[in-house]
Write a protein that binds this ligand. Sequence first.
Ligand SMILES: O=C[C@H](O)[C@H](O)[C@H](O)COP(=O)(O)O
Length: 244
Amino acid sequence: MSTDDYKRAAAEAALAHVQPGMKLGLGTGSTAALFVELLGARVAEGLDVVGVPTSEATRELAERVGVPLTTLKDTPELDLTVDGADEVDPELRLIKGGGAALLREKIVAFASRRMIVIADAKKQVPTLGAFPLPIEVVPFGKEATRRAVERAAARLGLSGKIEIRRAEDECPIVTDSGHTILDGHFGRIDRPEELAAALSAIPGVVEHGLFIGLADLALIAGPDGVTTLEASPASAAANARRFA
Ligand SMILES: O=C[C@H](O)[C@H](O)[C@H](O)COP(=O)(O)O
């Protein structure tokens, strides 16, 4: 089976968690796109759900395949978000943002009672950081912000280039919310919570791609089938407290 087959298997497994009437967060990326397509087929068969897309690309896809959409303005609390990831560690901490959608993805995941991550087995890692960490920053002062990120990372013993993500024409890419992306090539992030706090404290950093304490379940598809990883009871309880 190919990587795409595994992505599809994970997306299919996530469909089993979708109940009629649910308000869904719809993730971004190639794996989440397969979920949205499969969901569209179920909607065509009569499944009644509504979704909030995490990017313009997902909005366009959802419209094309017929998934009814809403917004966080009209539907500020969601039942379930299904999204992909660039890396998943054993504690269900994630790196996301390879497709530059991390800001809306995190807002939507945070507004959801549950988040299910769908991925092929290559995304499963013992320690986060081999995938460059996306950091969304305001374009104003981006070089100063980049240097501040570099210094914050160095204080945590992290080295490696921090680069402005550029398109093929060499211009900085622009996210759906009009921001710039920095990619931190740290190699290994041993203390993601500390890095997350340090990044969040830097003016100009809008959001970072460390998703900690958000995922409740990961459905990881590989040669042995789909494996289900669950968040620790403590993490699940912290997630639930968001709505208490
Ligand atoms: O910004 C993009 C997202 O975080 C994606 O969910 C992530 O990059 C995984 O994408 P894919 O399923 O294409 O590997």
